[in-house]
Design a protein around this ligand. Structure first.
Ligand SMILES: [Ca+2]
Length: 416
């Protein structure tokens, strides 16, 4: 969703500041509003899994940066159950998916969590499956349409699917839920569903799908006849968008936008360039941030900066770069387990403008990446003292970042 710059009324902002505060983190050595460009050593100090060399300087372990504006991460609620995606409604309340198959509405002004919203199709919540990312229709205020990604149970296993439905006027149920797209083939596994969905400026959807992890399905990331390991570009009816890169090409699915992805769980548009960026789980040592371009190949499982979790090397030959395959803008070794992400466009913390914020699961922090000319030039770890697996981070219309964690917390991250 595009973010806007409408500020929250002062009264509500004060109420928010006064609401439940379980924890705070701040960096307050310099005056409020400062913009410190000092570089620090890279935030990653752990041993890398490999001795692979990056394709260009600054592709990994970039210099550290520190936010100088005092800020804090407050727990709005800890009553969610494995929340996976969060979006803000026009009312300022937040619509959240929970992995087991529920949506709920959270009121950030008081932390209230609604009963489960009914009417959603059943999900397969085994392993990494379940109810995943969501997006509001750009015309939500008039049509109240919600789109979501989920692991759909099917004969022979499950697959990543996209559905839509109308949020009832009383916000208690999804009406006329309909599955609009299935990323086939169905597979009997429980890993790597991808799972984010994002509207573009033309009112079409970008959807990320995983390659289901196993050696058996992994090669399908390179297979244009498979829906696995892809970024897809579909209409709100689940049809390929006209002009997609493989349109009219034999032996290719016309809904595919890019391929060679492993398990992309983050999608966001760069606010200045308009480019689509993704975050993607690599194997052990190869988590990536990419700029997603139409028709491009992102390399998995042919090239990667990581190892198998067994420690075995990946690929024959074992290579990290190849002509015709895109290099990540940035990668992590050791890994972050990057999930939902967003670019900050708010005004309250000026030094965060156009920075990328990525929820880290295994790393238990939010990564802040400073980006200039499509390169990462600084990295910071936020909320690392919280010990939380951050699943999604999103900016709401009040200009704050909201982040959900696997342990059921919703954080509001804002200027102190
Ligand atoms: Ca890649």
């Amino acid at each position: 969703m595009k973010n806007t710059k409408i500020m929250l009324p002062t009264v509500l902002a004060v109420a928010l500041m006064a609401s439940a505060s379980c924890s705070t983190q701040s960096s307050s050595e310099t005056p409020a509003g400062g913009s410190d460009t000092t570089s620090y050593p890279p935030v990653e100090t752990g041993k890398a899994n490999t001795d692979y060399k990056p394709a260009f300087e600054g592709q990994t372990r970039i210099a550290g940066v520190k936010t100088t504006t005092p800020f804090e991460g407050k727990v709005v609620t800890d009553k969610l159950s494995s929340p996976w995606g969060v979006v803000d409604l026009p009312s300022g309340k937040l619509l959240v998916t929970e992995k087991a198959g529920n949506m709920r509405i959270v009121d950030p002004s008081n932390g209230n969590v609604s009963e489960p919203i009914t009417g959603l199709p059943k999900v397969d919540e085994s392993g990494q499956g379940g109810l995943l990312g969501l997006a509001l229709d750009p015309a939500f205020e008039s049509n109240r349409m919600v789109y979501w990604v989920f692991a759909e149970p099917a004969n022979g296993g499950n697959h990543t699917a996209v559905a839509k439905g109308r949020l009832s006027d009383d916000e208690s149920k999804i009406e006329n839920a309909k599955v609009i797209y299935q990323a086939l083939p169905t597979y009997n596994g429980k890993l790597h569903y991808g799972g984010r969905v994002l509207f573009d400026k033309d009112g079409n959807l970008f959807v990320s799908t995983g390659e289901r992890s196993d050696l058996e399905t992994r090669p399908q990331a390179q297979d244009l006849k498979s829906g696995l390991g892809k970024i897809l570009h579909i209409t709100t009816d689940g049809k390929p968008v006209a002009g997609n890169p493989f349109e009219g090409q034999a032996d290719a699915r016309p809904e595919i936008y890019s391929y060679g992805h492993r398990n992309p769980q983050g999608l966001a548009f760069h606010p200045e360039t308009g480019d689509l960026w993704n975050s993607e789980f690599g194997p052990r040592g190869g988590d990536e941030i990419n700029i997603v371009k139409a028709g491009s190949n992102y390399g998995w499982p042919v090239i990667t900066y990581g190892l198998e979790y067994s420690g075995d090397k990946i690929g024959t030959p074992v290579i990290q770069q190849k002509d015709g395959m895109e290099q990540p803008v940035y990668y992590w070794d050791p890994v972050l387990s990057p999930s939902g992400m967003t670019f900050y466009t708010g005004e309250r913390i000026p030094e965060w403008k156009n920075n990328l914020f990525i929820g880290g699961l295994s790393s238990t922090h939010i990564a802040r990446l400073v980006i200039e000319n499509n390169k990462v030039v600084g990295e910071e770890r936020l909320l690392s003292s919280e010990g939380q697996r951050f699943r999604d981070v999103r900016q709401a219309k009040d200009g704050a970042l909201y982040a959900v964690t696997d342990a059921g917390r919703l954080y509001k991250i804002d200027k102190k």
